[in-house]
Each structure stands twice: as C-alpha cells, then as structure tokens.
Design a protein around this ligand. Sequence first.
Ligand SMILES: [Zn+2]
Length: 371
Amino acid sequence: MNPNFTIGRIAGIRISLNWSWLIVFAIVVWSLVADVFPAEDPGLSKTTYAVMGVAAAVVFFLSILLHELGHAIVARRNGMEIEGITLWLFGGVAQFKEMFKSPGAEFRIGIAGPCVSLVLGLAFVGAAALTTFSTALNGTLFWLGYINIFLLLFNLLPALPLDGGRVLRSALWKAKGDFAWATRIAATFGRLFGYLMIAAGALSFVAYRSVGSLWLALIGWFLLGAAGGERSVGRVHEALEGLHVRDLMTREPVVAPADATFSEFSDSLGALNRHNTYPVVSNGEVLGLFPFGAVDGHPLGEWGDRLVREGMIGRDRVAIFDSEDSAEDALDQLVAGEIGRGLVVHDDQLVGILSVSDLKRALDQRTAFRR
Ligand SMILES: [Zn+2]
C-alpha cells in the first residue's frame, strides 16, 4: 500500500499527503484547542478556541507547504527535476530526482525554504503586533508567527538532512571540492543532533512528564535515521568516485532478436546462459529489454508463439547510458527507475547492460579492498 496520496499540483509540482499527517494534524488541533490558546488568551468561549485551533493548524500546514515549494521552485530554476512534495509526520519533504549539480545550487535550494519561513514568520508577528482585530484573531496570528520562526530555527540546525545541514554540506563541498567528505561531516552532525534530542527529550520527560518531550525524542530518532541514510548515500558515491559505466557493465550481453518467438529464444539459450533480462535488438538497433521472467518458469504453451518484441519493455521506459557516463550518475538513474537495469550504448551500438547488482558488486569489492 502506498502511504502517500496525491492531493493536487501547484506549478506542475505534485503535492502528496502521508497518512501520518492526518494524525499529526489532529494532535496539533487538539493541543492548540485544549492547551495553547486557553493559556495564551484566557476567557474566550470553547467554540472560539476550536475555530482558532483549526484555522491555525490549517495555515500552519500551508506554511510548511510554502516552505517546501520554496525549495522546489528554486531547485527547478537550478535545473533539477522535482519528484514532488510530501507532507508527513514532521512537516514536509521536497523529493529530488537527482543529485545537486553544484555546491552553489545546493546552497540556494537549501536556503530557499528557511527564507520563506522567515518572511511568513515576520509577516504574522508583524500583523499580530500592529493590528488590533480581536483577541482571537491576534492570538492566532501571533502563534502562527511564533511557529514559523520556530520552524525556521529548527530547520537551520547544521544537521543533514535538515536545511541547515544542506547549507553546511554545500559550504564544505565548495571549500574542498569533495562531495563525499562534505556529506560525511554534515551527516555526522545530523546524527549528533539526533542523539542530543533523544537524550534531552528522555531527560525532560523524566523530569516533567510532558508530551512535548516525547515529541523532541521522536524527532531526534527520525533525524538519527535520516542522517544515517544520507551517510550511506555519501559512502556509495565515495566508492563509485572516478568509475565509469564501462568499468562496471556486463559486456557483450546475449541479446534477444526482436522477431524471434518466446520458444525459439528460450530454446536458443543454454542452461548456463540464464539472466534476468536481455537487450532486444533488430538489425543492430536497440529496441528495449526483454524480461526473462516472461518466459522462465512458465509453461510456454500459448505464449510460445508470441514475439519477443511484444513482450519487451520499450526503450522509452528503460534507462540508457553511454559507456563513458559516470557510475555515480548511473546509480542515481537506476535507483530512481523501476527496472533496476539499463542499456549501455556507444556510437549507437549496444555495448553492454548495467544493473544495480553490477554496481553493488563493485561497491562490495571496493569496500573490502579498503578494509
Ligand atoms: Zn526546508
């Protein structure tokens, strides 16, 4: 089951909600209605607190969406493709389809979200301070200003994958020109802040028994995991550094003729020659990939007369690499794709096939070598 559902598009960017968001939305409304607003603005009716709570929570989540849109729009201006924005448990995540193109691009994309939060925070605080609408409206505006400033400061912690961590990594990356090293440092900060938050949350829960301390520990735990993920991505890139697709691909793969039938092709393969997929060619032209699962293990029967070209995955749905492409870029594309393998061509000729397992083998060898 997909935990995210799409609610719409803004400027062509897909906006999704994670189911966990519904729970958080309910908790935020409840804590605003039951605790925050009665303490901040005493003496109002229960209905007023309920309206304030729902309105503030809706605008708060719109603020998070605007923060993420800030990242996404600047990313697109810097030539990066955007997968979409997902709102979930701890706010929002803008998903990028590829790696940052340069330290400057990562800096601009990383700082764009906090800039949006700063503008929103100042606007709400300003509106609350300079106007006197009603206690309820001013109280709501004040809380929105406060929460946006809080969001800004939290996101600016120099802890990857938070925005401040991106800013830190881009600065380190720029200073030394080494992406993997910069990732390692910024992700270590991420794990450090994760441990600190868990410890602080646990201690304050023992002392005060407040729900807020559990939230702090939970956010720390999330940060710890996310920073670990960033660190392993950094390690993979480090291990693939300087390698090209030609170094890792399987050369001269067995090909499936587009106009052979399933049974002809199956018979032509020796017992030792079983792979998962085969490039499909016709008159030297590469047409796509033939998944052997379509043949293997099935009694051919009525399928036996079908042509390979009818069962193949077309070229438009398969990653195509040049043998001179960098292994790091190829990995990003293979991981983002659905098939986990791609065709390697050079001068319009098929020269090999590259799969995630080819890259994994290279990684295992390199890390074993280093030990
Ligand atoms: Zn952000």
